[in-house]
Design a protein around this ligand. Sequence first.
Ligand SMILES: NC(=O)C1=CN([C@@H]2O[C@H](COP(=O)(O)OP(=O)(O)OC[C@H]3O[C@@H](n4cnc5c(N)ncnc54)[C@H](O)[C@@H]3O)[C@@H](O)[C@H]2O)C=CC1
Ligand SMILES: O=C(O)C(=O)[C@H](O)COP(=O)(O)O
Length: 372
Amino acid sequence: MRIYADENMPLVSQFFSDIGTVSLFNGRTVSAQQLNDADIILVRSVTDVNEALLQLNTKVRFVGTATIGTDHIDQAYLASRSIAFSSAPGCNAQSVTEYVLASLWCLAQKYQWDLSHKTVGIVGVGNIGSRLANTLQALNITTLLCDPLRAAQESDFAHSDFQQLCQHCDIISFHTPLCTSGNFPTKYLLNAQTLAMLKPDCAIINASRGAVIDNNALLHDLQTAQQRRAVVLDVWEHEPNIMTALLPYVDIATVHIAGHSIEGKARGTEMLYQRCCELLNIPITKQLTQFLPAPAFKDIHISENFGLPDVQNIARLLYDVRRDDAILRQYLHKQGFDWLRKNYPPRREFSSLQIRASVIPDYLRQLGFGIA
Ligand SMILES: NC(=O)C1=CN([C@@H]2O[C@H](COP(=O)(O)OP(=O)(O)OC[C@H]3O[C@@H](n4cnc5c(N)ncnc54)[C@H](O)[C@@H]3O)[C@@H](O)[C@H]2O)C=CC1
Ligand SMILES: O=C(O)C(=O)[C@H](O)COP(=O)(O)O
């Protein structure tokens, strides 16, 4: 069995070597010729999988993307050729949630906000948006949720429409897929018109897909604003060639790494391994926990005086998003967007740190910390 995988897919040899011969490719430059004898193709978000890529291949059985986003996959084409497909839903939901949380704490410190007095709008309440909502609610931060697809299906879903979010929120965080068609397209959801509806100081966080925000309109808004608007961008239109003119106006700028915790990326590989085993009807014998390195910080004791304001100090032991902002600003010109993503320094999720205490506050469990 010939297995071809993106070279940026961690642990792919460890998981797949018993199933077949694993060869790695560059996800941006891979060609139809390179994949012509593949039985299994494993990609990440930078590879468009379509007729052009698969036209020379007559035997591919399975295509997997170790991501939740699927805007790079022509699923109709795969179905037309009866090629099985899987993404990795939820693999990096915790990683993105921790990224947004780290960004909120960073903005709160910079602008001296009290987050418990802010209303955070969450657009797209799927794996990431719902985990973020639970996390913020655990921290006593008010949320408004916008997900018209869920609203149509769940009578008890507390939906606010996007216009309401624009008018009432102090911070809006985007967690939708990129859709250009359908009843609720998300391309340019935030555009010149909707930007004009926002409160003048409403902060914007985008860790979904770059084109959910019209980057030209955002630049114009930021250049002409009367009041400072805080902005966090992990994703950009036209990656890897991003609009650098935005950088001076963006508080936190990162190279599409919100989902790149060690666990988040590796869980994506594990999920595809599980799907492959099911498809091939072979037993699942490997688990991510076998391969994860020991974390630098294993456990921490907290006392009875530990309170909500201390949570961010623990979280910063594991991740400070300012590191990633500095990396982009220092090295983007020298190394390029893709190199920075490929060489992203390790980041562990909250679950890697075990909390010890006589009584563990509920919010630490809800945030996803390990409990000893
Ligand atoms: N920056 C990064 O590293 C990462 C980015 N992503 C992006 O985030 C997106 C969301 O990820 P998940 O939560 O895991 O996906 P998901 O599929 O679990 O949730 C997406 C939610 O968005 C909702 N939605 C769709 N259209 C909408 C609209 N017009 N308005 C409001 N809500 C809408 C859907 O109903 C769904 O509940 C992915 O599609 C991907 O593009 C995901 C992981 C990492
Ligand atoms: O899961 C997704 O969707 C993402 O955006 C990933 O976290 C990042 O994808 P890659 O570009 O690393 O495949």
